[in-house]
Design a binder for this molecule. Sequence first.
Ligand code: HEM
Length: 387
Amino acid sequence: MLFRGWGESVNARWPDVATVLDHVGVGHLVVTRHALVKQVLTDPVTFRPDNALDAVTPIPVTALRILAGHRFRLPPTLANNSGASHPEIRGIVADALHPTRVAAQQPWLTALVRQRVARLTAALDTGETVDLYADLVADLPLLVLARLVELPDAPVAAVKEFARAALELFWAPLDADRQRALAAEVGSFHPVLREFAATGGGLAARLRAAGHSPDVVVGALFFLLVAGQETTSQFLTLLLHRLTGEPEVRAGLRTGEVAVADVVEEGLRLEPPIVTWRRVAAVDTTLGGTAVPTGTSIVAWLARAGRDPEVVAAPGEFRPGQRGSRRHLAFGAGAHRCVGAQLARMEAAVVVAEAAPLLDGVTVVRPPWCPDNLTFRMPDTFVIRRS
Ligand code: HEM
């Protein structure tokens, strides 16, 4: 299950907590129930976030040297920061992503998506295949993020490649050759990040003005460029794929009986792009009656918690607005809960509202394929054509 926490695995029978050995023999305590996952995420004293970005496949010295050659450094800033600097850094990022600033981007995004949907509809009408990942959603979150946090211009393809390489380097089961190749890719983007951090306006300038060191600014930008756009484009791909197989939901959207916001929440519950998130036990404790020694890696299975029958009426079914639908933990919980949740929801709502009609009468030529990864789904393409 560890590297494929969705599909058959997420629906199988599991104990509330279970120790699972990973590919290098390290044990992780996998937590499956909604209440226990929430308990872990909301208790930062017992379960610290320090290991959130640790490489699940230990990085060999040869790959570390490649990273060091690019002066790659990643001090804890956001997701893995249990220190005193976290609230202030988080506060600055949260200001940049404030709901009113997010709402102000909605008309621009709607116009862009509408334009793309019109072009794709025309392509489908002439019998062409269309890749909804590459041709519609892959770059949308990055384009919006760049406007919100005032990222200097960077080639979109380079940011996407860097972000996907980072998700693989830190969260995938890998051999040393692949780790070296990924270290070269992630490392070579680091000078670009340092330049952003040193000269960028917007968020980078506010972090600098608050007295944060260049490394901290780089760390915050690194996490945002990875978590703040790749997760959302993954989610949009998975959600559109799911909706292709949910004709009644699409019909409800058409007539207005089903609310777009409810579709987004049910999508987050059933198709979260982040399937697990880690914490580490800071003290000897117990969880669901199981002893948890200090230092244990806890894998909070977010995707599974969203399907807990104690919380949701019909856990496996896509029923927008059903009881418990909104209680998913796709954005985590507690002091580190996703600070971009509002932004991700806005983006998903725009895409669902504008692009769902595109799915009527189509055949899936190539469903999204997801590689082995502890945490991220990372779908690649999603190809459709008119039936
Ligand atoms: C569907 C899209 C997204 C999902 C499912 C998601 C999920 C998550 C999860 C599970 C966490 C860890 C929460 C915890 O430790 O309890 C997190 C943290 C975070 N996310 Fe997201 N995220 C998404 C989109 C975004 C976006 C669009 C941004 C910003 C542009 C963003 C920025 C962050 C940041 C900065 C953190 C760290 C917060 C902290 O440690 O204080 N995320 N996200």
